[in-house]
Design a protein around this ligand. Structure first.
Ligand SMILES: NC(=O)N[C@@H](CC(=O)O)C(=O)O
Length: 425
């Protein structure tokens, strides 16, 4: 394993230092380090962050390998500065058995570009009718701790209660896609002034807020851990704020796109902007940004949702919801939060690693720490070209936008997965 000496790099925004990476760990830090056998990276002007951790990634394998594979999604993740991703269960077949989660976990190991931690389905086939084999998935080689029917809401309150109770035995988490299905029947976009003008059926904020309110009460009642996926409204933030103040064991994520883009994008009728939950309003964005800074929202998660061209480049009503996120998330965070490195490390690495129980991730580079880290050039600006993305899909909402920041290198257990901004394998 080649050692690497990163010279003069700022670790999470601190004064520049050298970092020696050897045998999978950060071996030494300090100024003027020497290591004749090491590859040298000039870190001047660069920021080293603990490798990013995504709690919400759709890798599409098994079943839709035309849209993404574990390998292509892992490569996209590494290029985005990630060293670990949690793979959502809405594959085909659904990841609702030990066999499927082990398959995804093994494919992640074979790709070797990021740690792939499978998320198991809560209900069989995501159908919302009976619990999947949560215990078998937890006991499998994949050691599943997070369960989610993401893409679907666990709408039945009794089933949600049972799921929360079941995972409590191993300190597991139910990650809820908060969407009351009766309130979003036929929904195409956020319910508001723009949907009224365009004549598209609306997805009201209350459909999300009602489920979060119910679920924090259920989690409180049974004393279990709840995670709320892709929070998108100001009202949801208030429900979460109250729950956290009461000590409910709830964590929440926001996506980069919900921090930046509004429902006004629907006026283009370009389905690249169709997503679940839908893009909301400026008021929601302001509340989400404040909640993220405060910690009412714990983390940024991408909800990277690759879709094949035929599922996306069609009429708005027929297009699948979802957009790419892994290769642009850090740039959007930098754009939205500014160079707040400690906050970025907290929300995109340390806290998601802690929630997911990925102990070797989310730790700031320091002597003896596993070398899972990424190097960012904050001064760089890049134009997003969909054709240049490593994802098999092209549905980025940031096409041809100029975004700040570039991932220069990523290391997974001391091995570079990205060097000079390019994937190593
Ligand atoms: N977030 C999305 O818009 N899409 C997700 C699932 C979902 O949450 O609908 C997907 O799997 O494509």
């Amino acid at each position: 394993m080649t050692p690497y000496l990163i010279r003069n790099v700022s670790v999470v925004g601190a004064a520049p230092t050298d970092l020696l990476i050897r045998d999978g760990v950060v071996a030494e830090t300090g100024s003027g380090l020497t290591a004749p056998d090491a590859g040298v990276i000039d870190g001047t002007g660069l920021v080293a962050l603990p490798g990013l951790v995504d709690l919400h990634t759709h890798l599409r394998e098994p079943g839709r390998e035309d849209a993404e594979t574990v390998e292509s999604g892992s490569r996209a993740a590494a290029l985005g500065g990630y060293t670990a991703v949690c793979a959502m269960a809405n594959t085909s077949p659904v990841a609702d058995t030990a066999g499927v989660v082990e398959q995804v976990w093994r494919l992640g190991r074979e790709a070797g570009l990021v740690d792939v931690q499978p998320i198991g389905a809560v209900t069989v086939g995501l159908a919302g009718e009976r619990l999947a084999e949560l215990g078998a998935m937890a006991d499998s080689a994949a050691r599943v701790r997070i369960f989610s029917d993401d893409g679907h809401c666990v709408a039945d309150p009794k089933l949600m209660r049972r799921a929360l109770e079941y995972v409590k035995a191993f300190d597991g988490i139910i990650a809820q896609h908060a969407e009351e299905p009766r309130l979003t029947e036929g929904a195409q976009m956020h319910e508001g002034e723009v949907s009224t003008r365009l004549g598209l059926t609306g997805w009201p904020a209350v459909a999300e807020e009602a489920i979060i309110a119910r679920d924090v009460l259920l989690a409180e009642h049974v004393g279990s851990r709840l995670h709320v996926c892709h929070v998108s409204t100001a009202g949801s933030v208030e429900v979460l704020r109250q729950a956290k103040a009461r000590g409910v064991r709830v964590t929440a994520e926001v996506t980069p796109h919900h921090l930046l883009l509004t429902d006004a994008k629907a006026e283009t009728y370009d389905p690249v902007y169709k997503v679940n939950p839908p893009l909301r309003t400026d008021t929601d964005i302001a509340a989400l940004r404040a909640a993220l800074a405060e910690g009412v929202i714990d983390i940024v998660a991408t909800d990277h949702a690759p879709h094949a061209v035929e599922d996306k480049e069609c009429e708005w009503a027929y297009a699948r919801p979802g957009m790419l996120g892994l290769e642009t998330a850090l740039s959007i965070a930098l754009d939205v939060l500014g160079p707040e490195w400690d906050l970025i490390a907290e929300r995109m690495s340390r806290t998601p690693a802690r929630i997911a129980g990925l102990d070797s991730h989310g730790v700031d580079p320091a002597p003896g720490v596993p070398a899972n880290l990424t190097l960012v050039d904050p001064a760089a600006r890049r134009v997003i070209e969909p054709a240049d993305l490593a994802s098999r899909s092209r549905n980025t909402p940031y096409a041809r936008m100029t975004l700040p920041g570039r991932i220069v290198a990523t290391f997974l257990r001391g091995e570079p997965t990205v060097l000079d901004g390019k994937a190593v394998k």
